[in-house]
Design a protein around this ligand. Structure first.
Ligand code: CP
Length: 340
């Protein structure tokens, strides 16, 4: 049985109730207008703990707080904030000076909501799948926790991507392909997982396209399949990019690492090198139904997506970035118990 605090956390698109998903998207649309500049959160305080770098997430939360009259506090682990330990029962004789039980416990007495960014370790797939840092922080916090990208999920990105697609498709459903792309290094699976879950929740015909060996977490695939069915859509996996893209109305391009080479950089590099042809180009999109192209950013040009696509009319990457501001105003209001 969930507690009231559990219901105000925003940790994963796998578990968010369907009614909350719809409410957040509707609120985001409201808050994208003049209502989003009213002091709905006056006097509230929002702390953000970042283990990793950010441009969009940090800026959009700070601006969202400013616009709604709240105060945002940014804390970077290891960069002015103590290194934090999250595991239970360890002898803390390494770099970490503070445990999240105390660190987050104290922060939660000073703020009304807490955001956390902590990427996948990319050493142990089973450990990353358990979301150890996110769950340790949620357990230690007495205020709502928002996931600003964890090991396996980026729910605010998924919400912003769904918001962008609703606006672009004017609410209609279509074939949406989440396609793997090459990269210079192995990247986490949080963004493609969130994209699959978000588009499945929207009832689209979702196709996850990747070379063999680049499967997403089986639990995410199972949840995306279930959520798509519940929303009246579908979710399938394809290793044939050309077939997957045929008739697509949106193509979400993202690089991620191979599960079979997890924690093995040399094997991972070899696996990626075999599929350099998966870069998104105008030619690769020729048989789509005039598809728009999406990416969460940051993106490496001419590695992941060609200049011709990013600089052309298909690209909606800047709209996606802007949407982060609107949806995060909605998740902040939900976390702090304010109805916009
Ligand atoms: N898409 C996204 O989360 O961007 P940042 O990593 O810059 O926050």
């Amino acid at each position: 049985m969930s507690s009231p605090l559990d219901r105000r956390h925003f940790l994963s698109l796998r578990t968010l109730p369907a009614a909350d998903w719809q409410r957040l998207l509707a609120d985001a649309e409201t808050l994208a207008g003049p209502r989003g500049r009213e002091r709905l959160l006056a006097g509230r305080r929002f702390g953000m703990v970042f283990y990793n770098s950010s441009l969009r997430t940090r800026t959009s939360f700070e601006v969202a707080c400013f616009d709604l009259g709240a105060h945002a506090v940014y804390l970077q682990v290891g960069g002015g904030l103590w290194q934090l330990e999250h595991r239970d029962g360890v002898v803390m004789d390494g770099d970490a000076a503070e445990h999240v039980k105390e660190g987050v416990g104290v922060l939660a007495r000073m703020v009304d909501g807490l955001g956390l960014r902590s990427f996948a370790g990319l050493k142990d797939a089973a450990d990353d799948a358990k979301e150890p840092v996110l769950h340790a922080v949620a357990r230690a916090s007495s205020v709502p926790v928002l996931n600003l990208e964890s090991a396996m999920d980026h729910p605010h990105q998924g919400l912003a991507d769904a918001f962008t697609l609703r606006r672009r498709f004017a609410g209609r459903k279509g074939r949406v392909v989440v396609q793997w792309a090459p990269h210079v290094k192995a990247l986490p699976m949080a963004v493609p997982s969130a994209a699959c879950l978000a588009f499945a929740r929207e009832g689209h015909e979702v196709v996850l396209a990747h070379p063999e060996g680049f499967d997403l977490d089986p639990g995410v695939v199972a949840d995306a399949t279930r959520l798509a069915r519940e929303a009246g859509g579908s979710f399938t996996v394809s290793h044939d990019r050309a077939a997957a893209l045929r008739g697509a109305r949106a193509v979400y391009v993202k690089a991620w690492g191979s599960r079979h080479a997890y924690g093995d950089p040399q094997a991972a590099a070899k696996a990626r090198a075999a599929h350099g042809g998966w870069m998104c180009t105008e030619r690769s999109l020729a048989e789509t139904d005039g598809a728009i192209v999406m990416h969460c950013l940051p993106v490496r040009r001419n590695v992941v997506i060609a200049d011709e696509v990013l600089d052309g009319p298909r690209s909606v990457v800047l709209e996606q970035g802007e949407a982060r501001l609107h949806v995060q105003k909605a998740t902040l209001c939900r976390a702090l118990g304010i109805s916009p």
